[in-house]
Write a protein of this length. Structure first.
Length: 183
């Protein structure tokens, strides 16, 4: 009997501590932390592409019934659209408003190629959120899908650089990125 009373007392103390940690006993009531979220609508051209959102499969996108994702937190996200026999397309975006709609093209063409050179050399190179290696002093990247990509480079002690790039058919591009030292 005494043991169950002690357990009950400890349980009450533990609940009071958890309630205090959650803010229930603060003056003015609990503190509420809100995080803005939005809705993203995705269409593919041609329709019927399979869509991965932030690396997770979400379904297929059609004209009559676009893929709708609710509760997306504000910030950077990536969408990958693929269709059998076509080159995947990756779109990166920064959600800054309650609603956004994207039309993502998937093409039947081959792949593209580019060269990235950094000054100073040795920066890590990312294209559409995928790591490709270090530009020491340059790196060649092939088998890229045609279309827009984001190119991001980082090197310790320097400011990160991010630019949007375009990969086109039968054109090889070279990007020179000059990194600024962080003071």
């Amino acid at each position: 009997m005494i043991r169950s009373a002690r357990l009950g007392l400890w349980a009450a103390v533990l609940l009071a501590m958890l309630a205090a940690a959650a803010g229930c006993f603060r003056r003015g009531g609990p503190v509420e932390v809100t995080r803005e979220v939005g809705t993203v609508r995705i269409l593919s051209e041609p329709e019927g592409a399979a869509v991965d959102f932030d690396g997770r499969p979400r379904g297929e996108a059609f004209k009559a019934e676009p893929l709708v994702i609710r509760g997306v937190p504000y910030g950077w996200h990536s969408i990958r659209a693929t269709r059998l026999g076509m080159v995947p397309h990756i779109l990166e975006f920064n959600l800054e408003r309650p609603e956004a709609e994207f039309r993502i093209p998937v093409s039947a063409g081959g792949a593209g190629r580019l060269t990235v050179r950094t000054v100073p050399p040795g920066a890590e190179v990312f294209i559409s959120s995928r790591y490709y290696g270090k530009a020491d002093p340059q790196i060649q990247v092939s088998a890229l899908a045609y279309g827009e990509h984001s190119l991001w480079v980082r090197l310790d002690g320097h400011r990160q650089e991010r630019i949007n790039i375009l990969v086109e058919r039968q054109i090889e591009r070279t990007y020179h990125l000059f990194l600024t030292k962080v003071k």
